[in-house]
Write a protein that binds this ligand. Sequence first.
Ligand code: FMN
Ligand code: SF4
Length: 481
Amino acid sequence: MSTGKYKPQYPRIAQLKTAENLRDHLAKEGIILNFDEELKTGENSPFTKAHTTRAGNKIGNAFCILPMEGWDGTTDGKPTELTRRRWKNFAISGAKLLWGCEAVAVQPDGRANPNQLMINDKNLRDFEALYQMVEREHQNAFGNSEDLLTGLQLTHSGRLCKPESKTKMAPKILYSHPVLNKKFGLVEDYPLMTDGEISELIDSYVAAAVRAQKTGYKFVDIKHCHGYLGHEFLSAYEREGRYGKSIENRTRFIREIVSGIRTEAPGLEIGVRMSIFDWVPFKQGEDGKGIPAAESPYPFAFGGNESGIGENLNESFEFLKELEKLDIELLCTTAGSPYYNPHIQRPALFPPSDGYMPPEDPLHGVARQIEAVAKVKKAFPNFYTVGSAYSYLQEWLPSVAQNVLESGKADSIGLGRMVLSYPELPADVLAGEPMKRGKICRTFSDCTTAPRNGMISGCFPLDPFYKKMEIHETLKTIKAS
Ligand SMILES: Cc1cc2nc3c(=O)[nH]c(=O)nc-3n(C[C@H](O)[C@H](O)[C@H](O)COP(=O)(O)O)c2cc1C
Ligand code: SF4
């Protein structure tokens, strides 16, 4: 298995074989991460806990599949066989909440890549067929799909748009950002989106939500994370006009979208995936490890403190209060951005090709998100709160996740990379089966490195379907260099 020449500096999880090993390592690193030594089974397992949302949608257990794109749609935004295969794997995973499946653009200029899915009138039948396939596959595997809740994640990629070509960026930005403008090659006075363009975009979100409802999806996620446009509104402290400066203005985008959806698509549930905190962008230091790319004070990290490398959830809580007022119940948490601080967003032992060596044991990243989500859950018990960034836990994932659920620190365990390599993990845990070691995601980051280099995403090291592809060889060469 190729992992390039890089030698990780932190112990691999597979080496932490016993509870004592894990406890000792956490103590040495100063990481607070609770876990259960014994996994409960049957009805006693907190993973089996069902929930009915205030809107009346049923979620049959406490596993959620996080949205994951494959960079594998057609150039006109339709799903391909590869997209269908990934969604089918989500459907038969055993999880009862499919959070949006993947980012779907609401208008052409907002695509993150020329192969991103896009929901429009021409693609309606394709989105309907995807939804029906998910329902059918889930029914075939588990007998019924009444308690399976499937949504669609709606997005505009803002600063990270690349709608036409895999190499040419066409950013849409809300304010000039001293670090990110430079990182993505934008001059300081690069034009900003106008308030008029934002109003048109809001109409596109509403139209996309109407289409999602028509094609079967039970909720839409209005994505506010990872440095994409929805997230950028929250840190538009210096923007003039209706969408900048005050928290009231910075949350106007979500309010206007929700108001439009409530009118045009009554009955459609709305969720929000948000980066509950952000940090300063990171870059490679001299020894290859990540270091902050800007000095403190760094004022642009929403939910972060001014050091740029810590949290202050006060403003995140203000945003959540707005969501509560909008009667939103479904909340999927995440943090940071995979583009400028990936070790915060998706802790990994092996960095993606455009990243840096982890500046900390990745378990810090896992624990940081769990702790922040626990604070959110405590302050806002009425959200149905999904946690993220569990994949790095590998063999210890069920033990930590059970503890999180039992101690009320989240309502649902979101799974990302782990289900690319090991789709049936939730079903195995629910059935009390031991984990299949050969399928456990080892955070090699190929699923991120491949799209960063213009290729489709997938688990090339561990999924036999991707392993045998020719581009796997290209990927190995890129990694080795
Ligand atoms: C290949 C890939 C594609 C992703 N695509 C999306 C996406 O479309 N929307 C989104 O909100 N997050 C996306 N993510 C982030 C994941 O949903 C998740 O937050 C992240 O992988 C951390 O969870 P994990 O530790 O279980 O992997 C993606 C992650 C990966 C690895
Ligand atoms: S490529 Fe596979 S093993 Fe590597 S991070 Fe992605 S899912 Fe995990």
